[in-house]
Design a protein around this ligand. Sequence first.
Ligand code: GDP
Ligand code: GDP
Length: 433
Amino acid sequence: MANIVAIVGRPNVGKSTLYNRLTESRKAIVDDFSGVTRDRHYGQAEWVGKRFTVIDTGGFVHGSDDVFEAAIRDQVLIAIDEASAILFVVDATTGITDLDDEIADVLRRSSKPVFVVANKVDSAKQTHDTHEFYSLGLGEVYNISSMTGSGTGELLDELVKELDVEDEEEEELPKFTIVGRPNVGKSSLTNALLGEERNIVTPIAGTTRDSIRIHYNQFGHEFLLVDTAGLRRKSKVNEDIEFYSVMRTIKALEDSDVVILMIDAKDGIEAQDINIFHLAEKNKKGIVLLVNKWDTVEKDHKTAKAFEDTIKSKIAPFTDVPIIFTSVTEKQRIFKAVETAMEVYENKTKKIPTSKLNDVMLEIIEKYPPPATKGKYIKIKYVTQLPGRSPMFAFFCNLPQYIKDPYKRFIENKLRENFDFSGVPIQIFFRQK
Ligand code: GDP
Ligand code: GDP
């Protein structure tokens, strides 16, 4: 299950400082090869081996003062719906304000775990200041200093107890998520896949959360379909706000290896589709594009190619992505979509033997070496695939700092030409040797 922790609170209490601390700690654990996604507002954190996504809701509040409070209220409501746990940050140096009280009112009505975090307790002698926060009626108060990190360990120990642990056996199965704008056909596709073999499909309800994993095992394909399509939000907030769609998409992406992004053939690829695509790419997820409702398009032998070209020009530079033209209602190419998602998963998880990688790539590099810079020749000596959840390659050379982006792209293209990485973002690093 996707574990999302939302940081809520009024402005200036230290939400973004806490966010940085939580996501930094993750960054420090993994080495610089991993290319962990960090963004200003959401990123990965890890504590005692449990990974989760942290969202700083403060980063999503825009507008003038009068819309401010309403926006914060909306976010708290969304966080209650969508997050696994909530960190409610208050400021120990100012005490409880009206806005704190309002937020607490909303949080008290939720069943999600809420942690009251009294921030800016930089030294032990400030501890007594925070007793008043018990009156918020949300239980334990955790004194921390986001600035120095003091107290965050105790908070995280308690926080991770509320998060889902992955079922190990399930973990080994590929996880696919169908995403896309409303009405593209996500639920229809899910139902079509289920309908084919009802008796061997076992729905596994998400433990406490709101997504459902469907264990699919048919025609030699076994995977988990993470179904968020049928979910409907519970609170009365505006669905269009940026925070909501970002939260929703991240949640769907987090829990999957391969994202099946459906677009509507009638509309073509739109800005929102492209945003989802980039989010998946940035998170190093496998991607399959389905152009659904293909039955509604008048076509000749050139139509599919024209669609592909348009889509690729809009998702560039990462265009090595399978595009499948489906009609869920006519049952066209539904299984092709599943098979392709499976192939993308295999591409994403395969390891290229080092000897083969070197045989192929060093020969290419010898023929087309990186251009000399400032009179210096760059010699690439050795390449290896790094361990990780998505393909990463390290090229060891004498002067990595002189390798420019165009050459990096050239290397990526050659990797893609020689080893199938269709649908999979790959990362390339040049390292000193
Ligand atoms: P946000 O608006 O809730 O995201 O708050 P920020 O993270 O931007 O922090 C607001 C101010 O509080 C900044 O000046 C921070 O440097 C300061 N701040 C944040 N955490 C701490 C802390 O633990 N101790 C102290 N003394 N100041 C802090
Ligand atoms: P969701 O909101 O993405 O889950 O979309 P739905 O699965 O609810 O589908 C929205 C509408 O599109 C429904 O009326 C479906 O019957 C219709 N639909 C789904 N797939 C196709 C398709 O391939 N062709 C046509 N013509 N209609 C489709």
